[in-house]
Design a protein around this ligand. Structure first.
Ligand code: SAH
Length: 365
């Protein structure tokens, strides 16, 4: 999808947009067993080599075709230089809570972030879907630096393989909550979801796609009948306040967004999760909670409150515990399912909304 397909934005920060790099050979990462087998066949190799290659890419995490020891020597030499679609780790930083932030360098030298979040019996990866983001939400660092391009399917799947390799542990959950707006890149996001599910082996219910809401895209996404969780960044209980925080909301009223969310529930049978970043004195008052509850009553949904993570470009403050708990209490009294998500990785600038590519440290990992 080109930047032209973002007409809803009042003032998109799209300076320096770059085209998707051209790959002469379709990257093998993100490809299905059938696609890989077809490629192997084109190379004049027997079909069973496709299964081997699939296993080496997704289970063994191979980075170069020349490392696949079960392949004949001569063929390995022939294909040694063909990139399979893996990125390089440009920088890696570990927060005291074990969260690891990676800056990954893509084939065209663009840098993206992804985050590995370990927990007991879980390893979650937060993946980016675009280089930068055109949405320019006022409280989010990613949008401050504009938008460059969409990520391709393999560039999304690669982030998961990279974390898996670095942690030497299977990834159990993936959240599409890194840089970018997934529903501006739906085709590649859906391609990545299918690959993560069928090739990497992560259950669809362990995948969460987070969107700020793009007109008609939630409805279209629902048609794919995926079993993933949809998270919608609501952040405000009314149109006026939402417009203040999210520029694109000006051309997509909150009522229309909620209508589409209801359709999503109807079509998929899955509940929607609403994200609500708590900004002190802005959207965290009990009356805001009441107004939010009025919208969501009887709606098969869940509210995820995210206490604001500070960024240098914005003056917002995180509310104190009393304010957060008061907000929770009102929602609970109104029978709204709610939880508070304290972001991991704050110390590594890896928490929600803190992902950016500027000021890349020059040291190597
Ligand atoms: N474009 C997608 C994914 C963005 S990041 C979306 O808007 O949903 C995932 C979540 O982090 C979103 O809900 C986003 O609004 C939130 N977020 C952004 N900046 C934040 C900040 N500074 N503190 C806390 N959450 C933030």
């Amino acid at each position: 999808m080109s930047a032209k397909s973002v007409p809803v934005l009042p003032s998109p920060k799209t300076s320096g947009i770059t085209q998707q790099p051209n790959f002469s050979i379709p990257p093998l990462v993100g490809a299905s067993l059938e696609e890989i087998t077809a490629w192997v066949h084109d190379q004049g190799q027997p079909a069973y080599r496709g299964k081997q290659l699939h296993e080496w890419i997704y289970q063994k995490g191979v980075r170069s075709l020349s490392d696949i020891s079960v392949f004949p020597k001569q063929w390995r030499a022939e294909v040694a230089e063909i990139p399979i679609g893996r990125s390089n780790i440009h920088y890696r930083s570990v927060a005291p809570d074990g969260t690891v932030k990676y800056l990954l360098q893509l084939a065209d030298n663009q840098i993206i972030e992804c985050v590995g979040i370990p927990a007991e019996k879980r390893l979650t990866v937060c993946v980016s879907t675009q280089v930068g983001c055109p949405m320019a939400c006022d409280f989010c660092a990613t949008g401050k630096e504009g938008y460059k391009r969409n990520l391709a399917r393999h560039e999304i799947v690669d982030q998961v393989l990279t974390v898996q390799e670095d942690f030497q542990q299977r990834v159990s959950h993936v959240v599409f909550m890194g840089m970018g707006e997934p529903l501006l890149n739906t085709a590649h996001v859906i391609g990545a979801i299918k690959s993560l599910n069928q090739d990497v082996g992560i259950g669809q219910r362990n995948l969460t796609v987070s969107t700020v809401g793009i007109r008609d895209r939630i409805r279209q996404f629902a048609q794919h009948q995926l079993q993933v969780t949809l998270a919608v960044s609501l952040h405000a209980p009314n149109q006026a306040l939402r417009e203040q925080l999210i520029p694109s909301a000006r051309s997509y009223p909150i009522e229309d967004l909620l209508t589409e969310c209801r359709e999503y529930v109807k079509i998929t049978g899955r509940r929607v999760s609403f994200e609500y970043v708590l900004l002190a004195g802005v959207n965290d008052l009990p009356e805001h909670a009441l107004e939010l509850a009025r919208h969501l009553r009887g709606f098969q949904s869940h509210v995820n409150l995210i206490p604001y993570n500070p960024i240098t470009e914005a003056d917002y403050k995180r509310p104190n515990q009393n304010r957060i708990q008061a907000f929770v209490k009102v929602l609970k009294q109104q029978q709204i399912a709610v939880s508070v998500r304290y972001s991991r990785g704050l110390e590594a600038d890896a928490a929600c909304g803190q992902l950016r590519v500027k000021k890349v440290p020059s040291s190597e990992p």
